[in-house]
Design a protein around this ligand. Sequence first.
Ligand code: DX5
Ligand code: ZN
Length: 222
Amino acid sequence: MIELLPSILSADFAHLADQVAAAERGGGTVIHVDVMDGHFVPNITIGPPVVKSLRKATRLPLDCHLMVENPDEFIPAFADAGADWVSVHYEACRHLHRSLELIAHHGMKPGVVVNPATPVHLLREILPMVHHVLVMSVNPGFGGQQFIEFSLRKIRELAALRRDLGLAFRIEVDGGVAHDTVARIVQAGAELLVAGNAVFGAGEPERDARALLAAARQAEGA
Ligand code: DX5
Ligand code: ZN
């Protein structure tokens, strides 16, 4: 089932609760939270204290995308803050299997993320452990970047791998999901659509979430 995950990276942080509520009215069903440490990616954003406040502001699941080095150090704090889904980068984990087990051990849904340059076949052994695989369709660090076209092939490969292995993990895509790209992304097999700029960029999150989701659902039926 197609779901829209508004990414608060492009929201007005001074009015976060209102922005999240508007995106939810527009059809968002999971809130995507981008955590950046200034080391793994060239930007700094937010951490567990903001997740804790968000937890009080919405009942929607919080999908925390950790773009940090040594994610294992922070996983317990995200659990305490109320995160529901936590994903870690293949490129940031020396012991990926251990990191995914740690997330599950803390009662959260584990996900793995791959950067644009990382092939999806490298994930084969750990796919049975994950709730979702996040395919980055831009280089992580900033909102509002242009969608990298070869991500579509990676989404198709991942969908084929899931079928071959008889698994049920969900396929999430993040970066450049917008009105002009969403149909092809859905047709390639992605079902969890993260969107920051396309939802919050114009200051009309309810309207723009609704329009993007409608375009995605139309492509799904097509
Ligand atoms: C980028 C983040 C994304 C970002 C996507 O590093 O992981 O979640 O918010 O932004 P848009 O939808 O603006 O490309
Ligand atoms: Zn993200």
